[in-house]
Design a protein around this ligand. Structure first.
Ligand SMILES: [Zn+2]
Length: 149
């Protein structure tokens, strides 16, 4: 599990409410770190009482020109972002009415993007895993276990 780890990264680590957005250039070097670090930040930004209720998901997607973007989705209605939860330059908020991860999958399919890696602030539920798996994206954060039948 990579979530919660803090690999040394010069562009990272100054995200403590200073309001200065670090560059997202590492996207092109280490998208895995971008996703896992951002998931950790978003989880930390959610009020403790809400962390069990709200899911936020982060994904790195690539268009047909190889241009990468960071997608952020929330399970909250109308893409509501709580105070303290902000998007960075270059990040795209993905709306929708389903789970955060499912909203990202719908967005990439509607926009003909390739989702490379995805993570969420809570364990990814089985229906979302089943949506994500056919996209080929790597799920970088914990999964809810499948029940044995
Ligand atoms: Zn789900």
């Amino acid at each position: 599990m990579l979530v919660g780890t803090k690999p040394p990264c010069a562009a990272d680590g100054e995200t403590d409410g200073s309001g200065v957005a670090p560059p997202i250039a590492p996207l092109f070097r280490n998208s895995t770190h971008v996703v896992t670090a951002r998931v950790g930040e978003l989880r930390a930004a959610l009020p403790v009482a809400q962390r069990g209720r709200i899911t936020m998901a982060v994904a790195v997607a690539e268009d047909s020109n190889g241009v990468r973007t960071v997608l952020v989705a929330t399970s909250e209605p109308r893409s509501y972002l709580r105070p303290g939860v902000t998007l960075r330059p270059g990040e795209t908020m993905v709306g929708g009415t389903a789970h955060a991860e499912a909203n990202i999958v719908a967005h990439v399919q509607a926009n003909n993007l390739l989702v490379l890696e995805i993570g969420a602030t809570r364990p990814v539920c089985v229906p979302c895993q089943d949506l994500i798996d056919p996209t080929g994206a790597k799920i970088l954060t914990p999964l809810q276990p499948r029940l044995r039948t």
